[in-house]
Design a protein around this ligand. Structure first.
Ligand SMILES: [Zn+2]
Length: 130
């Protein structure tokens, strides 16, 4: 349960917003951990560490060491969109670039990425509102 009231009563809008953001961030950690475990098993790739970040201009990233970063704000998006970002980052474990070979891997596991990419462009401002 999310309780953002203090003993003094209703807290300021900024504090409530921060409490909600913190709660969503924890929810994102649980949800994204499961998705990364599921997709990495299916795709046969190894993930070193998953970190939940607040990146202003990106939804996810993948280092050459296999560390995946995902933006907690994605928890506000439909799960199909989260899966796209997860598959995208995991595909970088195979192709560390955005070559045609990389996009073939994304298509193989996820299907056509264009609707998800468009959705993210169209809703970026909303996902950053909190
Ligand atoms: Zn990429």
């Amino acid at each position: 349960m999310l309780d953002v009231r203090g003993p003094a009563g209703i807290r300021s809008a900024a504090i409530r917003r921060q409490a909600l953001a913190n709660w969503l961030r924890r929810a994102a950690k649980r949800d994204f951990s499961e998705r990364v475990a599921y997709w990495s098993r299916r795709m046969g790739v190894h993930v070193n560490q998953l970190r939940i970040k607040d990146q202003k201009s990106r939804w996810g990233s993948c280092s050459s060491l296999g560390n995946i970063n995902l933006n907690w704000r994605l928890i506000q998006a439909p799960s199909r969109i989260v899966d796209y970002v997860v598959v995208h980052e995991l595909a970088h474990r195979i192709e560390f670039n955005h070559s045609p070979a990389f996009w073939r891997i994304v298509e193989q596991w996820y299907g056509d990425p264009q609707p998800a990419r468009q959705w993210l462009r169209a809703h970026a401002a909303e996902l950053h509102q909190l």
